[in-house]
Design a protein around this ligand. Structure first.
Ligand code: PSU
Ligand code: MN
Length: 306
């Protein structure tokens, strides 16, 4: 056990017994959604993981401790503080720990802590990626490097078109990260089921995903994988509406010269404001769907002997 890590007793017992556990991130709580929907979603996601047979482990840094498994009061605190909480990716982790601070972990940060705890499955909304205009800004999310390095499967709804989805796929291919279309032949675009970017690999059941991951990890291939689960038809947004909001948010980011780690939270918050909350309802629905799928994949993986 790592000296900086605290695993809750429930999560520890499940892991020791080889029972399925699903990690959940905290940047989506603090920086990804407004209060109080962020708190309600975090609780609902945990319930959904349980209803589908796994134990949830929400991950964050609290008073400098790496936490796998948060109490409701700890989640409430992150939800209330929102963007005041430090957003913690790989680069930020040692500073927040050394100053005994609090931090909300991104996809990359969550993967690191999950792997330390021995958790291999992680549900979230969307991942970071290669930003539009990255050829000038060099803005490529550390999430992609983490996916190449760390043995955690990330179940998400693809990526938002605040990113350059084509370049993101190219980057993932170069870094050897499997991208699975779950029940789809295309990369889902978060708010909508299709992006126009075909994927090489489609799998249609949790068992098939578990088999692929077992093969990857038992061969000894390092790194994680993306399981891209399209939003349900019922909650998908009109691509024209959402793309207009995204374009406006991107223009504003440029006007305000937003850079670095502020970029993604700025865009996420503006998109919610511009769409008058419609995008938030979709966002919540897809996170719940990903949590259910992640739990079912973790169950299938554990049933196969881990
Ligand atoms: N994309 C979303 N919702 C999110 C994020 C991204 O649709 O909440 C968050 C995740 O925590 C992700 C992080 O890991 O933003 C990526 O930030 P950056 O682009 O700065 O790497
Ligand atoms: Mn970035």
């Amino acid at each position: 056990m790592n000296e900086y890590l605290d695993v809750s007793s429930e999560v520890r017992e499940a892991l020791d017994a080889g029972r399925p556990v699903v990690a959940l991130e905290s940047t989506i709580i603090s920086h990804g959604m407004p209060y109080p929907q962020n708190r309600e979603t975090a609780f609902a996601v945990q319930r959904t993981v349980r209803e589908n047979g796994a134990i949830p482990a929400t991950i964050a840094v609290l008073a400098g401790r790496l936490k796998a498994g948060l109490s409701e009061a700890e989640i409430e605190q992150l939800a209330r503080k929102g963007r005041e909480v430090t957003k913690v990716s790989r680069r930020d982790l040692p500073f927040v720990v050394a100053r005994r601070g609090d931090g909300a972990t991104t996809v990359a940060g969550t993967m690191i802590v999950a792997a330390l705890a021995g958790i291999r499955f992680f549900a979230t909304g969307g991942i970071g990626g290669v930003h539009r205009g990255a050829e000038r800004s060099f803005d490529v999310s550390a999430d992609l490097e983490e996916l190449a390095a760390t043995e955690v499967a990330v179940i998400c709804a693809g990526a938002k078109s605040i990113l350059d989805l084509g370049l993101t796929l190219e980057y993932l291919e170069t870094r050897g990260v499997p991208v699975v279309g779950y029940g789809t032949d295309e990369l889902p675009a978060f708010y909508s089921r299709s992006s126009g970017f075909p994927l090489e690999y489609r799998l249609d059941s949790p068992q098939e995903v578990a088999e692929m991951l077992r093969a990857k990890w038992h061969i000894g291939l390092t790194g994680g994988a993306i399981i891209a689960n399209p939003i349900s038809e019922e909650f998908a947004m009109d691509p024209a509406v959402i793309n207009r909001a995204i374009d406006q948010a991107l223009r504003e980011a440029e006007e305000h010269r937003v850079k670095g780690k502020e970029m993604t939270p700025f865009l996420l918050a503006r998109i919610v404001e511009i769409t008058g909350g419609d995008s938030l309802a979709s966002n919540i629905a897809l996170v719940l769907s990903n949590a259910a799928l992640a739990a079912r994949i973790a169950v299938a993986y554990a049933a196969g002997g881990g």
